[in-house]
Design a protein around this ligand. Structure first.
Ligand code: PHE
Length: 340
């Protein structure tokens, strides 16, 4: 009996279990109702009384060994099966999504490049701004109705009221305070206005504003600079037209239209059949503004302009709902992937 047990023990250890079929034959041979181990249990009655207890214990241990070997082999086979699934070499590879730059980033970079090429540097400043930089230094007197032109978001900071900047002209004030003319800079950035969100207005948008201060800067310089910009941005055929306007920080001030790039001035629904599209505000820097930043307005003059990046993008990509720019809908954003 002991010999038989030893033999089966060796058999259990040596049985190759490399497949589900092997596992099943192992189970039938060592664990099933007709297994060799079961047979030995039946033989137990033939064993002499005094040995029966000991042999019985050895048989139990044998059955336990078979069970353990079975459980381990089963687990290994299952693990291997799931590894195989992970390693299915015939599976098509996952496609790699190509990211796209946001249309506003594309247009912003293009505007910056155009002005960089003619010597404008880039200046950036804070989005949370104090009254001085957003309004007072720009010749908005206290309580002046011009402050209502730009519906401002105010934030209470202790006693002080601070604002989300309504334009990046605030950055230009900072530049004037911290440097000496000649100054030639543009300030791109996000600005905020308290407007109901619709296809044509949003509570935040992006601007690029420009500032040029030197001796003898004239309105003709402003016009030429803007004409150059329009041609670089919209093509050689682009024309500009200036209409008188009002800004507290410039005098004289103008609004600039570009000839409609969609219908070539013939009239279409984008330009509302006028042939022209408004793209920016501009003017000669008001002497008061120069003086409040300690630049001598008798010695220096300058021009400033400001445009909305969304507006330029709208004309370039014919996107007529402002909300699309901030909804992060990938179906919209994907269209700006290079090469598609
Ligand atoms: N700051 C003006 C605006 O946000 C634009 C502007 C800039 C106008 C510079 C004139 C000169 O509407």
């Amino acid at each position: 009996m002991n010999e038989k047990i030893e033999k089966i023990k060796e058999e259990i250890a040596g049985h190759v279990i490399a497949s589900k079929e092997n596992l099943e034959s192992f189970r039938i041979r060592f664990l099933g109702s007709k297994s060799v181990v079961k047979d030995l249990f039946s033989d137990l009655k033939t064993v002499a009384n005094e040995q029966r207890r000991e042999i019985g214990q050895r048989l139990n241990a044998l059955r336990q060994e078979a069970q353990t070997r079975f459980d381990q082999a089963k687990e290994q086979l299952e693990d291997a099966a799931s590894d195989d699934e992970k390693l299915d070499l015939s599976r098509p590879g996952d496609s790699i999504e190509i990211g796209a730059r946001h249309p506003l980033s594309l247009v912003r970079s293009e505007i910056i490049e155009i002005f960089n090429r003619i010597g404008f540097s880039v200046s950036e400043g804070p989005e949370i701004e104090d009254d001085w930089h957003n309004f007072s230094a720009l010749n908005f007197p206290p309580e002046h109705p011009a402050r209502d032109m730009q519906d401002t978001f105010f934030i209470q900071k202790g006693e002080e009221e601070i604002a989300l900047r309504t334009h990046t002209s605030s950055v230009q004030v900072r530049v004037m305070e911290n440097s000496k003319p000649p100054i030639r800079t543009i300030s791109p950035g996000r600005v905020y206005r308290n407007e109901a969100i619709s296809a044509r207005a949003h509570c935040f948008f992006h601007q690029v504003e420009g500032l040029y201060i030197d001796k003898d800067v004239s309105f003709a310089d402003l016009k030429q600079t803007l004409m150059h910009f329009a041609k670089e941005m919209f093509g050689e055929k682009a024309q500009i037209r200036l209409r008188p306007s009002y800004f507290p920080f410039t005098e004289p001030s103008a609004e600039v239209d570009v000839s409609c790039t969609i219908c070539n001035k013939k009239g279409c629904n984008v330009c509302k059949y006028t042939g022209w599209l408004e793209i920016l505000g501009c003017g000669m820097v008001d002497p008061n503004v120069l003086d409040s930043s300690n630049i001598d307005s008798k010695e220096y003059s300058g021009f400033a302009f400001g445009m909305g990046v969304e507006r330029i993008a709208q004309l370039k990509y014919r996107v007529n709902d402002l909300r699309l720019y901030s909804e992060n809908d990938v179906r919209f954003l994907k269209q700006f992937t290079p090469g598609i």
